[in-house]
Design a binder for this molecule. Structure first.
Ligand SMILES: Nc1ncnc2c1ncn2[C@@H]1O[C@H](COP(=O)(O)OP(=O)(O)O)[C@@H](O)[C@H]1O
Ligand SMILES: Nc1ccn([C@@H]2O[C@H](COP(=O)(O)OP(=O)(O)O)[C@@H](O)[C@H]2O)c(=O)n1
Length: 208
């Protein structure tokens, strides 16, 4: 039987296990260029970009009961409890329906990582790591001009510390499993993208 579906608003049907999506985690310090490069990957390789930070900011705007808590955490550069962020990511994947996702800015700590794995049973195909100096990231964040409440020097310093203390260990974890693709993100956007593209393009294996 045919069902009338409102094409503008997709229903979150099925489960993630049914969808069994390909997931690439995109990690790197604040301002390392994750969002910028994800936009390029989406254009050329058909992934859907899900930014954990964007989903959390949208949740604040939606008037959700968690809005005030999320807003306070972001202003302090702290990491929102995993169950909140994972619910948003799950919902976004199911509503979207694509089977290839770039998950940007997640997992940001060991709790994020372990909870996502336990809840979704999804293992990332690989982890893109944008490696950039604090000086360059600070310059970029102070020039970002998106009106973000956390792009001020006091919160930026806190976010750098959280990245060092909580996020780098997650990258080390995936590195020990051979899953990290590290990119020198301190170069101009186009140069960084050349390196990114090489990772996503199918390899032209040479026969011996
Ligand atoms: N390679 C780059 N060189 C210079 N500026 C960049 C580069 N990549 C991104 N930017 C700029 O730096 C700021 C932060 O980039 P963004 O992609 O938002 O980082 P992230 O998502 O990692 O926080 C933005 O204003 C963006 O335009
Ligand atoms: N997995 C995540 C991702 C972001 N966040 C919050 O959202 C803020 C902004 O993250 P973001 O990924 O949009 O931006 P950047 O800090 O990478 O520039 C973080 O500093 C955290 O407060 C979180 O709590 N958990």
């Amino acid at each position: 039987m045919g069902e009338v579906v409102d094409a503008g608003k997709k229903e979150a049907n099925g489960s993630l296990a049914d969808l069994n999506p390909t997931v690439v985690f995109v990690l790197g310090g604040p301002g390392s260029g994750k969002g910028t490069q994800c936009a390029n990957i989406v254009r050329h390789f058909g992934f859907t970009h899900l930014s954990a930070g964007d989903l959390l900011r949208a949740e604040i705007k939606s008037g959700s009961e968690n809005g005030t808590m999320i807003s306070n955490m972001i202003k302090e550069g702290k990491i929102v409890p995993s169950e909140v962020t994972i619910k948003l990511l799950e919902r976004a994947m199911l509503e979207n329906g694509n089977d290839k996702f770039l998950i940007d800015g997640f997992p940001r700590n060991e709790e994020n990582r372990a909870a996502f794995e336990a809840v979704t049973k999804i293992e990332p195909s690989f982890v893109l790591f944008f490696d950039c100096s604090d000086e360059e990231m600070e310059r970029r964040l102070l020039g970002r001009n998106q009106g973000r409440e956390d792009d001020n020097i006091e919160t930026i310093r806190k976010r750098f510390k959280v990245f060092q203390d909580s996020s780098l260990p997650v990258i080390e974890y995936y590195n020990s499993k051979g899953k990290v693709r590290k990119i020198d993100a301190g170069r101009p956007v186009e140069e960084v993208y050349e390196s990114v593209k090489a990772i996503f393009e199918p390899k032209n294996e040479k026969a011996d």
